[in-house]
Ligand binder design. Structure first.
Ligand code: PLP
Length: 459
């Protein structure tokens, strides 16, 4: 036993050393990482992860909001292996195609809102939003309105990490690095009632936040605006769910002006809200939907843009090339993984189960945490939620960021065998859609222990 532990420790030490010497991690403070040592995850099954030391962790984040069907799906492994043997790669440029990509495009069209029947494939959410930027500009050029170039987004949005993705996003920390956003991308305020509601009712605040879109369209000029981009609820921004008045007002504004609507469903797509797409959940009619993550449950990287008939008819008309695409657009192995992932979701009726059973149970159990002295608000929908930690519940007063309350709580979660992510002092939950009631109970029990530890820390 001791020997096994020593061996595991030696393995961890050598991995951490190599990691420190050679691996530049995304979104990571390298100094902090070097001091603490990276957490090395070695295997996973269902909703659980194991690190190299053998510690078992309940994955409250589905990897990174993506492993919708849970880990260890042999049928996805088999589908991928079979595709690798038959055709590991071919491109879809220059009038070429292959069965998995064709079948996947057709399948996604059947699941998407009725007016959306085409898919452009990419390798990630970021590439998909780059595609959106280029596609909406191409659309307006072909429509004879080349001045329509500007894209309106929102503060604290997350649309990826490439130059276009980070520009479309509204993360100030990302804009500070590398002179972003690029020209032609502007931002309006986010619909974050809990943090920025300023004493307004949620309904009044939702209207006000939506009306910022109209103000911005008028400021930039309708003839210069190509599109509005938004997540149905902001994920990486802290699971910010707009008040009920927000989306209807945005819809009214979008209907009034001739601009395109890009709905970024990289997190919300493929079942997280209890619908295939949050467009249905919020009754929205986007022109383009960004997809990735849950498309393959993260087993293989893949992303895409679901394109409405209105846009596809213009892009696909006889007007020369759309000079855009990626080597791995529609990659056959990724497409095979996506098809099997979707088959599992359908066969196990995961979306119906989320809507009628798992999500209501998760949300009601999480609401119990709202009573905790550290918790200002618990908010959520479907299989996604946020627990906002505050210094003073009554005054909704935040902690000084230097206290690092969210980071402490995240580490306390790990200590108790749970992965939750912290966005500032907001704890995020976005588990696999397969999570059972017992596993939800375990999640809530572990989160409570972590909250108690955190409460002691701030006293
Ligand atoms: N859009 C949203 C809403 C996301 O949450 C993410 C990633 O978290 C992205 C885009 C970028 O996706 P990727 O990391 O696959 O590039």
């Amino acid at each position: 036993m001791q020997d096994a532990l020593t061996q595991q420790q030696q393995k961890l030490d050598s991995l951490q050393t190599a990691d420190k010497q050679h691996f530049i991690h995304p979104f990571t403070d390298s100094k902090g990482l070097a001091e603490k040592g990276t957490r090395v995850i070695e295997r996973a099954e269902g909703v659980y992860l194991w690190d190299v030391m053998g510690h078992k962790l309940l994955d409250g984040m589905a990897g990174l909001w993506c492993v919708n069907v849970g880990y260890g799906r042999q049928s996805i492994v088999d589908a991928v292996a079979k595709q690798m043997q038959q055709l590991p790669f071919y491109n879809s440029f220059f009038q070429c195609s292959h069965p998995p990509a064709i079948e996947l495009a057709q399948k996604i069209a059947s699941l998407a809102p009725k007016h959306m029947n085409n898919v452009f494939f990419t390798g990630s959410g970021s590439e998909s939003n780059d595609t959106n930027l280029r596609m909406v500009r191409r659309y307006w050029d072909l429509k004879g309105k080349p001045s329509k170039k500007t894209i309106i987004s929102r503060d604290n949005a997350y649309h990826g990490s490439t130059v276009a993705g980070a520009s479309l996003g509204g993360m100030s920390g990302m804009h500070e690095q590398g002179d972003l956003p690029i020209p032609g991308v502007v931002h309006i305020a986010q619909p974050y009632w809990y943090g920025e509601g300023n004493g307004l009712s949620p309904e009044a605040f939702g209207l006000q936040a939506a009306q910022a879109l109209e103000t911005k369209i008028l400021e930039v000029g309708e003839d210069n605006v190509a599109a509005f981009i938004a997540e149905p609820f902001q994920g990486a921004g802290g699971v910010i769910i707009p008040p009920s008045t927000y989306w209807p007002e945005i819809k009214r504004i979008l209907a009034k002006y001739d601009i395109l609507f890009i709905l970024d469903e990289v997190i919300s797509g493929f079942g997280r809200t209890g619908k295939w797409f949050a467009a249905e959940y919020f009754d929205l009619q986007p022109d383009l939907i960004t997809i990735a993550k849950g498309m393959t449950s993260g087993y293989v990287p893949m992303g895409g843009v679901i394109v409405s008939d209105k846009v596809a008819d213009v892009i696909k008309q006889d007007c020369g090339e759309f000079t855009h695409g990626f080597t791995y657009s529609g990659h056959p192995v990724a497409a095979a993984a996506a098809l099997e992932n979707i088959r599992i979701i359908e066969q196990e009726q995961l979306i119906e189960r989320v809507e009628s059973d798992t999500a209501p149970y998760l949300q009601s159990r999480l609401q119990e945490l709202a009573e905790h002295p550290l918790v200002g608000e618990v908010r959520g929908l479907g299989m996604v939620a946020a627990i906002e930690l505050v210094k003073d519940k009554e005054l909704k007063q935040a902690f000084d960021s230097a206290v690092g309350v969210g980071t402490f709580c995240r580490d306390a979660c790990i200590k108790h065998g749970l992965v939750m992510r912290s966005v500032g002092d907001t704890m995020i939950i976005s588990p696999p859609l397969t999570m059972t009631h017992n596993e939800i109970d375990e999640l809530v029990a572990k989160a409570t222990l972590a909250l108690n530890d955190t409460y002691e820390y701030v006293q």
